[in-house]
Design a protein around this ligand. Structure first.
Ligand SMILES: [Zn+2]
Length: 359
């Protein structure tokens, strides 16, 4: 994903370091037992745009189902080693919440460790892995080192692209971002993306012995084909990037449907929610906050389109300051992330949608 992040982020508005669980240039993970036989591998909040999605292992009577495979093969190998410690049962299924590579880059590690693993996604996700993610992987491997060199030069000169003098924090940030990109590119060279073996349109039930796992497409949202995964016996749901904490991403989103999809997610009645990024949640507060944000952006943009305002004028007009505060909570890193990876893009997506343009 970093290409899409870096192309949007001016050096002056980049994220600043976040320390938790972050020992090296790539974010590590913390393992959380969520319920009996359900383990979440929660990726640390990133120092910068190099992120990895959470993974979850659902252990049944005769096998394991894993949700998402992460962005960095070395980290995926560590997770696989942990799963082997947790159970002697094989990983039989790997399910994708969506096509973004921070959730799929570890696929071939699972195939290597468990040759019979069946990879499952929505048809849209399968198509996007084949049409977009594979090209995007090659491009990031090719362009990553140049971008890292650029960031190192920026740090050395102490000046951003506009010529503005950078603060000490921004200089540190640029250096660390360069380290992260180089570490990520080394990981990406080990990635072999795989096309899912099976797809489902609306629903699919998988039985791991007595334990049932339900795969559901609730409608478009974060992408055109997000899957959520629900384990009814313990009321645990994996939401993928329909929910991203602390600040959402809006890259390929469909705002109007996203609001409806979050309503359906809530209606499942889960008591434990594992977001695509960020810690495990035990109530619907974050779903509600996210819905309010999407509604606010969407209705303001629709209003602007009715008044025939341009996209630029719409951007200037949309005001979500009070909601933004609740995501950002006075953390400047999160504020930069919120503005660069959610707000600007969400306004553009909502504008396109309101104009009836092709998405
Ligand atoms: Zn993600």
């Amino acid at each position: 994903m970093f290409k899409r992040f870096v192309s949007l982020a001016a050096v002056s508005s980049l994220l600043l370091p976040q320390a938790a669980l972050h020992a090296g240039p790539l974010p590590g993970h913390e393992t959380v037992k969520v319920a009996e036989g359900i383990y979440a591998f929660i990726t640390a909040e990133s120092n910068n745009a190099i992120v990895s999605g959470n993974s979850v292992a659902i252990v049944g009577d005769d096998g394991v189902l894993v949700v998402d495979s992460g962005n960095f093969p070395s980290e995926t190998r560590r997770i696989i080693a942990e799963i082997r410690q947790l159970t002697p049962l094989p990983v039989r299924y790997l399910v994708h919440t969506h096509w973004h590579r921070d959730h799929t880059d570890g696929d071939s590690e699972y195939r290597g460790a468990f040759p019979n693993v069946v990879i499952i996604s929505t048809p849209y996700t399968r198509k996007m892995i084949g049409d977009v993610a594979m090209k995007n992987l090659d491009q990031e491997i090719k362009e990553g080192p140049d971008y890292a060199s650029y960031l190192r030069k920026v740090a050395q000169d102490g000046k951003g692209s506009s010529g503005r003098t950078l603060t000490a924090e921004e200089i540190t940030y640029s250096k660390e971002f360069a380290d992260s990109i180089e570490a990520a590119v080394a990981e990406f060279k080990q990635v072999k993306l795989l096309l899912p073996d099976e797809t489902f349109d609306q629903e699919m039930a998988i039985h791991l012995g007595k334990r049932e796992v339900q795969l559901k497409f609730l409608g478009r949202g974060n992408t055109g084909g997000d899957a959520v995964i629900y384990v009814p016996d313990v009321k645990v749901v994996m939401a993928g990037d329909l929910l991203v904490y602390p600040t959402p991403f809006a890259f390929d989103s469909y705002l109007t449907e996203w609001i409806q999809t979050l309503g359906k997610l809530k209606a499942i009645g889960a008591t434990t929610i594992i977001p695509g990024h960020g810690p495990v949640q035990h109530n619907n507060d974050y779903i509600d906050l996210m819905s309010s944000l999407l509604q606010s952006v969407n209705s303001q943009v629709q209003q602007s389109v009715k008044q025939n305002l341009s996209l630029d004028d719409t951007r200037k007009k949309v005001d979500v300051a009070s909601l933004e505060k609740q995501f950002v909570r006075d953390n400047p890193n999160r504020q930069r992330s919120f503005e660069a990876y959610f707000l600007g893009i969400a306004v553009e997506r909502a504008y396109k949608e309101a104009k009836g343009g092709a998405m």
